[in-house]
Design a protein around this ligand. Sequence first.
Ligand code: IPE
Ligand code: IPE
Ligand code: MG
Length: 264
Amino acid sequence: MEKHLEEFFPPGTEEGRLLLQVDLGRLPGHVAVIMDGNGRWAAARGLPRVEGHKAGAASVHEAVEAAARLGIGTLTLFAFSSENWKRPAAEVGRLWRLLREKLAKEDGLLVRNGLRLRVIGRRQGIPAVVLREIERVEALTRANQRMTVVVALNYGGRDEIVDAARSLLEDGRVPPKKLDEAAFAARLSTAGLPDPDLLVRTSGEMRVSNFLLWQLAYAEIYVTPVLWPDFRRRHLLEAVIEFQKRERRFGDVRPAGGRPRPRS
Ligand code: IPE
Ligand code: IPE
Ligand code: MG
């Protein structure tokens, strides 16, 4: 077992035991997470919702480090949706402030671990002070290759598809007959990234809430009742273990890369 893994998932602990069940040669290349349940976590403790968001920030730190150590290539985190503007102005304000503070504070985590930050979502609408921080950290980590951390901010899957269609229409360089899935995907904010293999949603909600509508076409979905502020490295391992039990067929009758097709 590699040392950097043993440090983070020590043998003899629950994390160490779970790690032994993970096939490190068959990790999901891209894990996407809908970090949900901060408000309920706070309400259960009689605290204001913002305390749930603050506690959720610690889960982000741990999930990023755990994913990087495992060797996951891309981790996408849904942090603020295009619909979250509907929330009371005070909560929206506190959320953006927290996001800015986290970006300012967590650049060390990204640099130390060789991680690249990429933010997806409509930049127009994001408060200018947050945008400056995003651009600073993206530039700082541009050359890092160990894992890409994608943070979805002011992101909506439908917005993204509309923006891609608009960009195709506006520049007119792709003739309609030449438009295929690859040409369309190249206009999405995730261009160049693999599609998610595993979608994790915390807090038990069984919906996609306008997240990565195009990219999730064949993702395996894992819903856990754990609220995001309670999400720890062992929960990531549990999600990966469950993922590795799934049979992915992509519409075929045999598992991908698997056994020969049965006779019809
Ligand atoms: C997720 O937690 C964080 C964001 C959507 C920004 P919520 O704030 O949605 O928490 P619940 O769903 O109300 O518990
Ligand atoms: C999805 O959670 C958005 C984020 C996690 C950022 P929501 O809490 O906003 O989703 P709904 O409203 O329950 O669908
Ligand atoms: Mg929610």
